[in-house]
Ligand binder design. Structure first.
Ligand code: SAH
Length: 272
């Protein structure tokens, strides 16, 4: 897989991608990640990448020319990407099915915004997907891009020592993960549940399933409603649409094909 990240502050996104699992994935050539400095694509001698918003108001806007040139240089060097993703708080919420889906692509380009955001024409003409990492506003898209890369890269074949580990993590089957313990068996009077030390694999699995269900029920009942829409839904709640159910996404990691999934996508209707 190849990931190109275009950012005004490349050092912010560089750091988190040089450690741990992502670093190992890069060293093993499971992924090639290149971070591009937006300023290198500025067209004037002051290397200006932002300007005042038309119509007035507070905050600057990232200019279209450097972003167009940056994406075009990636396309010239490495061909059309599967997706050009803009990280933005008004995007589609990033969730595990979306991460699974993106991990099956071959080439992603990620755009990090700044200030008030990026000129809408970039979103209209270049961006195929817009993703938010949560309902809060950060000062730049570098950390959101790093979050997305980490989430995607750990799913690439051969990256985690034990692939089954990713499959039992929270959200993979719509449940939160069970509690985990390690040695010592007793610490400050707190004991590890006996079943986990029993060596009885079937009992351990049954205990974990029960804990996963219990934790999800108390902390995230919304996940259970998505998982079992018929049982969990109440009268007031509208029927979830297919997209929320992940029906349109190829999210099944066990049946993955590299580069799977539709190429490109539609920009927002109002941007046309
Ligand atoms: N005016 C914009 C916020 C801009 S924040 C709005 O209200 O929607 C500046 C940049 O930080 C954005 O362009 C985006 O790239 C990034 N960013 C901030 N919060 C984010 C979030 N929750 N998810 C993804 N990207 C985010």
């Amino acid at each position: 897989m190849r990931i190109d990240i275009i950012a005004a502050l490349p050092e912010i996104v560089d750091g988190p991608l040089q450690h741990s699992i992502v670093r190992r994935a890069r060293e093993a050539d499971a992924v090639t990640i290149e971070v591009h400095d937006l300023r290198q694509f500025a067209t004037d001698k002051h290397r200006q990448i932002d300007d005042y918003p038309f119509g007035g108001g507070a905050g600057m806007v990232l200019k279209p020319e450097p972003l167009f040139r940056a994406v075009e240089s990636v396309v010239d060097a490495h061909g059309e990407p599967d997706e050009v993703v803009y990280m933005t708080p008004d995007g589609e919420p990033l969730d595990q099915p979306t991460v699974n889906d993106l991990s099956m692509r071959e080439h992603l380009v990620l755009l990090a915004g700044h200030y008030k955001g990026i000129d809408q024409r970039v979103r209209h003409a270049l961006v195929t997907r817009e993703l938010s990492i949560g309902d809060y506003v950060l000062s730049g898209g570098e950390l959101p891009a790093a979050v997305l890369v980490d989430a995607v890269v750990r799913l690439l074949p051969g990256v985690l020592g034990d692939t089954s580990s990713a499959l039992t993590d929270s959200f993979q089957d719509g449940l939160l993960d069970a509690p985990v313990y390690t040695r010592p068996a007793e610490y400050r009077g707190l004991r590890v549940p006996e079943v986990l030390r029993s060596g009885d694999h079937a009992r351990v699995e049954a205990w974990r399933d029960e804990k996963r269900m219990e934790k999800t029920r108390t902390r995230r009942p919304d996940l259970l409603r998505e998982r079992m829409p018929e049982e969990g839904r109440t009268e007031e709640e509208p029927e979830p649409d297919d997209r929320e159910n992940g029906a349109e996404k190829n999210t099944d990691l066990k049946n993955r094909t590299p580069g799977d999934g539709p190429r490109g996508g539609e920009a927002e209707e109002d941007a046309r």
